[in-house]
Design a protein around this ligand. Sequence first.
Ligand code: CDP
Ligand code: CDP
Length: 228
Amino acid sequence: SKKFVQIAIDGPASAGKSTIAKLLAKQLRYVYLDTGAMYRAVTWWALKNHLPLNDEKAILQSLGHEPIVFVPAADGQHVRLFDTDITTAIRSEDVTNNVSQVSALPGVRAEMTKRQREIAAGQDIVMDGRDIGTTVLPHADVKIFMVASVAERAKRRFKDNAEKGIHVPEETLAKEIAARDYKDSHRAESPLKKAADAVTIDTTHLTIPQVVAAIVTEIEKKRPTRAK
Ligand code: CDP
Ligand code: CDP
């Protein structure tokens, strides 16, 4: 059977993972899977239904077998759950500030990991998240650990927010980012951690095209016998 290519991109919030993963997938003609959007979708659902965010049984039962669907659209990938377009809703501050609690639940992680592996099974894929190289796709062909300083990441999020008309002070964003880094790195189940065989890319002083090029270089390194 054909072996599909897997590219895993992990790292903390606002390091540039989704921006770069999306561009890379487009360039390589691979599918892009935003696993953070899946945890955000579950969090959105739990908040909407007023489920206790520490009750994984209630959350999973309420979610059932409902798939979190990614729909290609002119303005990027749309996320749907229970026939509702939640693309914008899952980026709210409310979801952002509660997602680490929901993503720490072992049952939720097991379910999302299973779904992510099913999606990767039949196609070449670029997947980004926190535990792709360590847990979801431990045999990924290329693993990238993307980092950037907290100050730079707060600056990026501030700019993203400003474009959406949201005004949260940069200092608050820096605190929120640091808090989420801490929670994501210290949870018991698949914490954010560099895989032993991952390549670290610090994007603090790199442009987006420079980061894409750096990853393409890593992919080329893994294909020394590729026909020219
Ligand atoms: O885009 P941003 O960096 O804000 O985060 P995200 O990729 O949308 O992920 C949101 C949250 O989901 C993270 O803070 C983690 O708590 C969780 N997550 C995870 O636990 N495992 C993943 N593979 C992806 C995201
Ligand atoms: O997915 P993740 O949370 O890691 O980050 P992102 O949402 O892709 O990137 C956060 C912001 O940083 C976006 O507005 C990107 O355009 C920007 N960015 C940048 O300015 N320079 C980079 N080298 C990478 C991302």
